[in-house]
Design a binder for this molecule. Sequence first.
Ligand SMILES: NC(=O)c1ccc[n+]([C@@H]2O[C@H](COP(=O)([O-])OP(=O)(O)OC[C@H]3O[C@@H](n4cnc5c(N)ncnc54)[C@H](O)[C@@H]3O)[C@@H](O)[C@H]2O)c1
Ligand SMILES: [Fe+2]
Length: 381
Amino acid sequence: MKKFEIKTKIYFGDQALKRLTEIPYKKVLIITDPFVVQSGMIDMITGPLKKGGVMFDIFQDVVPDPPISKISEGVRKMLSYRPEAIVAVGGGSAIDSSKSIREFALKVENYGEVGLIAIPTTSGTGSEVTSFAVVSDREAERKYPLVSPSLTPEETILDAELVRSVPPAITADTGMDVLTHAIEACVSTERNEFATALAEKSIEICGVFLLRAYLDGNDTHARQKMHVASCLAGLAFNSASLGLNHGMAHQLGAMFHIPHGRANAMLLPHVIEFNSDINKHSKSRKEYLPAVKKYSTIAQILGLSSYNKIMTVRSLVNWVQFMLKEMDIPLSVSQMGTITEEEYLSKLDVMADAALADGCTATNPRKATKADVVQMYKNLW
Ligand SMILES: NC(=O)c1ccc[n+]([C@@H]2O[C@H](COP(=O)([O-])OP(=O)(O)OC[C@H]3O[C@@H](n4cnc5c(N)ncnc54)[C@H](O)[C@@H]3O)[C@@H](O)[C@H]2O)c1
Ligand SMILES: [Fe+2]
């Protein structure tokens, strides 16, 4: 038996932030990062809250790839302020911090039901509608995806005004995270028709609007579309889960602090080649791995379908590489110029073990051995 559920109410479109004037809470804790406060963007949140007569306090210490120490600071803040709801404002890091803070605080002291309203300021993680939160253990150089239905926000507000200020490099990274979520959801062993419908729409939007949003951050239409695509992909992978791409990307983030979306983007051509067992030397054959059919559908949606299966999958890989080049995302770790070859190669063994143990890897369409993963990391150099 399978189940498909959307728990989170989604408010979107022009003036979506007006929802904050009518939320059913009188006292909230805003959890956000310093950028949102310093840039003044916070006024777009506090303004409607004041109008609605909602009391609030702000915890603004979220850092990218939230470490456990910051989560415990937030837990202390929540237990002393005792809000009826948390309003998470920021990228995946702020939303994941909020999810973890609520979860752990209520485990320490369950003082009642606490709502969570997620307001994303990047179009990337889809965390506003998922039951996942990723936390980092800085000392162990590991990232852990937490998964529990109780992490899922009750509401999300998708207002593209909040993403207007996202600089091109972060638009590129987070946009490629959206695309990776949607592609992994389509090929996952847990894929299903509901998730695929959402993922395919997300892929179609990325194909048309990601480059536009990157080239002109003030292209409101493109920004709105990418904001919706991010949420659609989140709904898709919340149901179908992800795969090896995310399992491997988490290790690059934990070990070398490569931004999450960028790590996914760089790995994507390699993982498509592995999952399809098709590379630039492949010849056509009688039977293909199951993922090939799914990748062909994705290629069709992107307008890339070609003469035969091999050429179609190759065109998808080429298109992903084209997107990376257009958006100045390095194609290899060596191209980044910040990590030495010796340093990188010395971590491959540990990263491969951690990638295989990562919760996302279990639903990858093709089982990978340690040697496969090491080889993919090597190819990424
Ligand atoms: N929970 C999930 O389902 C899920 C899925 C994928 C990734 N993640 C996690 O989410 C995190 C990444 O989130 P992210 O990619 O959204 O980045 P982020 O939240 O780490 O933010 C990246 C940077 O962008 C800045 N920023 C955010 N909004 C901005 C805006 N409107 N204008 C200008 N700058 C802005 C932030 O201040 C920060 O410096 C990682 O920890 C990743 O592991 C979670
Ligand atoms: Fe992701």
